[in-house]
Design a binder for this molecule. Structure first.
Ligand code: ATP
Length: 509
């Protein structure tokens, strides 16, 4: 088992043990790729939502929110292209009977070639030391060059096959690249078939003419169909944005990476409506802003990568993914897309209603262009806990497990812990807790030795522990212990709230 796999396994176990994430309907052995958030998970998730919502809606005067229904008129999905084109190419291995996404098999093959280049660079950097010139090495090393050529060649054929819906082309590529099934190790593949990812259901009873409805596969369309409602009632001028957080559903072919790829998940999307011609400027603006949002959480820059799309979706004229280095490698966490007037134009055509903007400065009417930022809430959750999970060796030789969560996102901000369960300390502790609970999500705990209680709080990422001891009864001071440094200092009990508030404040740069 690789180091990354081992860490990932531990994170999944930790999430369950400490009430972050449980498999759905676990007593019935779970439901594939569906998960429930537990008592700590829901707090962390709500805090991420809150941080995103504030960064979008509160800190940007020209962005407002909506909360559209999950069910939408079936024509929405015809107009958006999802009925006809929201497909993934699937392929089965006849020996293992496992099903794969054909595009993912090819992408993984490309990633392994890229990994070979990274290894060559690391080896050479070690060999040449200070005199190593990476750019020159990449341009001249024959092994790197050969792999680069292979990657470019595959990419050209891959993009062409995907763009033209050439399923046989994908199959040929998989065969020529000698891609094997990771389970059976064989190359005994079926043909590639298209598979629509939308879940559908019937609305109304069959006798009164039920209509087929879909569980929305993205939240964006709920924003597009409300564009004019918000623009008119909010008297919005371009550029302005509409933000939304909500559930989305996709019948994913392969869903085996915990909360990375689920069949029911949550998205946080923002559609920014701009004057045609200004999309490039706003696209660059949002790329920059979104990176800052992650970096303000204190997550190192090296764990992010920006990946321009080789293959543009049918609606986009510019698109980029922000990728995060999960324990299983760099993968998409957010997409930023310049969607032109594709969506509003299509809804205008299908609904027969004008979705234009009257520009008071030029006296023109036009359909606005859209730049969107689309982030997966669950993937962000996974990124944050993957980065936060630490096993530490302490100076005294003992070990501790600590979740190094950004304090503002931690499920519990303060734990109030009487040193012993006697001498009036629990009563004093309760009094402190009862005051603090109006400011933060707090916990009161008086069972077990203080060391064990600290460890339990470390394991869920509580940034501050307040200890009530005998001195508290004499002079009204308490100790405040900081999670990461484990340093303790004495402060007046009356100051806890202001000290903690100052230390956990989070503002994107
Ligand atoms: P992928 O290529 O990984 O399937 P995508 O490009 O289809 O993702 P988008 O349609 O751009 O994803 O959706 C925007 C965001 O929604 C993604 O960046 C991701 O964070 C999140 N997301 C998409 N599908 C899932 C899923 N099945 N489970 C969890 N999050 C998802």
């Amino acid at each position: 088992m690789s180091k990354g796999e081992d860490k990932f396994r531990k994170i999944i176990a930790h999430c369950k043990e400490y009430g972050f994430i449980f498999p759905s309907s676990e007593i019935y052995d779970g439901l594939s790729a569906v998960y429930d958030y537990g008592q700590n998970g829901v707090e962390l998730k709500n805090n991420i939502k809150d941080y995103w919502w504030k960064s979008m809606v509160q800190y940007h005067e020209n962005i407002v929110g909506v909360d559209a229904a999950i069910f939408m008129h079936p024509m929405v999905w015809k107009a958006s292209g999802h009925v006809d084109a929201f497909n993934d190419p699937l392929i089965d291995n006849k020996d293992s009977k496992k099903r794969y996404r054909a595009d993912v098999l090819i992408e993984d093959h490309i990633a392994s070639l890229e990994q070979k280049i990274v290894k060559e660079v690391t080896k050479a950097a070690k060999r040449f030391g200070d005199s190593f010139d990476e750019k020159m090495f990449l341009e001249t090393n024959p092994r790197v060059q050969a792999n680069r050529e292979k990657i470019d060649d595959i990419n050209v054929r891959f993009v062409a096959a995907m763009e033209n819906g050439n399923l046989q082309g994908l199959r040929t590529l998989i065969e020529e690249l000698e891609i094997v099934c990771p389970v059976s190790g064989s190359r005994n593949w079926t043909d590639v078939r298209q598979f629509n990812l939308m879940f559908s259901s019937q609305m109304g009873s069959a006798s009164d003419g039920a209509s087929q409805v879909y569980l929305r596969p993205e939240t964006a369309q709920g924003i597009f169909v409300n564009y004019l409602n918000v623009q008119k009632t909010g008297r919005k001028k371009l550029p302005f944005g509409i933000a939304q957080i909500g559930k989305a559903f996709r019948n994913e072919i392969v869903a085996r990476q915990f909360i990375f790829r689920m069949r029911e998940f949550e998205q946080m999307e923002m559609q920014f409506f701009v004057k045609p011609g200004e999309e490039k400027e706003w696209y660059e603006y949002w790329k920059e802003q979104r990176m800052q949002w992650y970096l303000a959480l204190g997550i190192p820059k090296e764990l992010f990568r920006v990946h321009d799309h080789d293959k543009l979706a049918h609606y986009a004229n510019m698109a980029v993914d922000i990728e995060f280095e999960f324990p299983f490698g760099f993968k998409e966490i957010e997409g930023i897309h310049s969607r032109t007037d594709y969506d509003l134009g299509a809804h205008q055509k299908y609904s027969g209603k004008k979705l234009q903007y009257f520009d008071p400065e030029t006296n023109e009417r036009y359909v606005p262009y859209v730049v969107e930022t689309s982030i997966g809430l669950d993937r962000t959750f996974l990124a944050i806990i993957s980065h936060a999970y630490r096993e530490e060796k302490l100076d005294d030789g003992s070990e501790r497990m600590v979740m190094n969560l950004p304090p503002a996102l931690a499920p519990v901000k303060v734990a109030v812990l009487p040193l012993v369960k006697k001498d009036g300390l629990p009563e004093k502790g309760r009094a402190v807790f009862d005051k603090l609970k109006y400011d933060f999500n707090c916990q009161y705990e008086d069972k077990d030795a203080i060391g064990r209680r600290y460890r339990r709080q470390d394991a869920i990422g509580t940034p501050y522990c307040i200890t009530i001891d005998h001195k508290t009864l004499e002079d009204g001071t308490v100790t405040i212990r900081e999670r990461d440094t484990m340093k303790q200092e004495r402060i007046p009990a009356d100051n806890i709230s202001s000290v903690v508030a100052k230390r956990i404040a989070l503002r994107p740069a």
